[in-house]
Design a binder for this molecule. Structure first.
Ligand SMILES: Nc1ncnc2c1ncn2[C@@H]1O[C@H](COP(=O)(O)OP(=O)(O)O)[C@@H](O)[C@H]1O
Ligand SMILES: [Mg+2]
Length: 194
């Protein structure tokens, strides 16, 4: 299958960096974290979509979700939604229901989600993309940190996007996780010209 030409302007360098990180994760099964940061409107969501599409053509299973300014009232929602996203969700409706029952017990919830992702990633490398981390609720941030740490060494790549460029350490901690950071700069005038 041919990879369609990127509709994104001026982002070939970050796309190439992201895909090279993904290839490593897929072939060596080593996983990693890619952080995408930059102010509102700079192109984080567009880059996430592009990375997701290209990753899918290289055989990674892709799950996407996003944090929401309003849904902060529903703890863990962005991480749970990732399990049921897309046409080929990472959890069946039954598995999802079992997992969400533990939402009031974050430690148990983290353990259940980690087991699910371990199982799924044994069959196919995963790309998990979560957007708008600046709105992540506390439980979601706890879950991400726990999951990233626990799944280190498995073929799971996390692509996390948010406005702040310092959310990385909170999530990756001091673990031996391979972290790549992409700080998006505004497109140059020539990239923007049509
Ligand atoms: N590299 C790009 N080339 C062309 N259009 C882009 C590019 N990056 C972003 N856009 C467009 O600019 C707008 C804002 O981008 P978006 O990804 O939503 O920004 P962010 O998620 O950082 O707030 C969207 O309409 C998007 O389609
Ligand atoms: Mg966005």
């Amino acid at each position: 299958m041919t990879v369609p030409a990127s509709p994104l302007r001026g982002r070939s360098e970050p796309v190439a960096r992201a895909l090279s990180a993904l290839r490593g994760a897929g072939t060596r099964g080593s996983g990693g974290v890619l952080l995408v940061s930059g102010p509102a409107g700079i192109g984080k969501t567009a880059l996430l979509s592009e990375i997701g599409q290209q990753a899918a053509t290289t055989g990674l299973r892709v799950a996407r979700s996003k944090c929401d300014a309003i849904e902060q009232v529903s703890p863990a929602a962005p991480v749970l939604a990732m399990l049921r996203a897309g046409r080929d969700p990472l959890a069946t409706a039954g598995e999802y229901e079992q997992i969400t029952r533990t939402v009031s017990e974050p430690l148990l919830l983290a353990d259940r989600i980690a087991s699910q992702l371990e199982r799924v990633s044994a069959a196919s490398p995963l790309l998990i993309a979560i957007d708008d981390l600046q709105w992540a609720d506390r439980i979601s941030r706890f879950l991400l940190r726990t999951l990233v740490s626990r799944l280190t060494g498995l073929p799971v790549v996390w692509v996390l996007a948010g406005r702040d460029d310092d959310f990385g350490p909170e999530i990756t901690g001091h673990d031996l996780v391979r972290v790549n950071q992409i700080r998006l700069a505004p497109l140059s005038t020539s990239d923007r010209a049509t």
